[in-house]
Design a protein around this ligand. Structure first.
Ligand SMILES: Nc1nc2c(c(=O)[nH]1)N[C@H]1C(S)=C(S)[C@@H](COP(=O)(O)O)O[C@H]1N2
Ligand SMILES: [Mo]
Length: 162
């Protein structure tokens, strides 16, 4: 068992933001708890219910705050429910970019009942498709207000863990 204080690269405390897409490849692969893999496109995401969240800010400790933005996309929770059977157990999901930056989201973070500002796999910025430059598909965590360490651009892997 790992000691409790082990540094988790998917829960960073600071980070120099990468300004440009890491690759030309925008493929997204979801890995399910049974280890099967499926590729996901923006068109697949667009078939799931759309949630729009206004007044989102990207707060960079290095280069200032941008926004307000309305991000639109599929709730991370709805995405996971679409890929898993209702009885499937899962405990956390890793959302990782091709540049290695990523975030770990615990199942309990997605089930807090009063959240009207849920986490999104966002592909719309102010109603327009998110450009590859801006992330193409970006994890948006509206509850994160002090920095942007969870706002993962260029999502490439979504690993749902049992
Ligand atoms: N894939 C990826 N996402 C990332 C980063 C990164 O380096 N790579 N940097 C994070 C940090 S530290 C910041 S401040 C914001 C910057 O987002 P912006 O380019 O929209 O201002 O992206 C976050 N998401
Ligand atoms: Mo940042």
């Amino acid at each position: 068992m790992k000691p409790h204080h082990t540094h988790d690269p998917l829960q960073p405390h600071q980070h120099e933001p990468n300004p440009a897409p890491p690759t030309d490849d925008s493929t997204i692969t979801v890995t399910l708890p049974d280890r099967t893999q499926h590729s996901v496109t923006v068109a697949n995401l667009a078939q799931l219910p759309l949630t729009a969240i206004p007044n989102c800010y990207i707060v960079s400790t290095g280069h200032g705050t941008s926004g307000p933005f309305t991000f639109g996309g599929v709730q991370l929770r709805h995405f996971i429910e679409a890929y898993l059977s209702p009885k499937a157990n899962w405990s956390q999901v890793e959302v990782i970019s091709a540049d290695g930056f990523g975030n770990r989201v615990l199942a309990q973070e997605l089930t807090e009942p009063d959240s009207d500002r849920p986490m999104l796999l966002s592909y719309l910025l102010n109603g327009e498709p998110l450009t590859r430059e801006a992330g193409l598909v970006r994890l948006i965590v509206p509850s994160e207000k002090d920095d942007a360490l969870r706002q993962v651009k260029w999502v490439a892997q979504i690993n749902i863990l049992a």
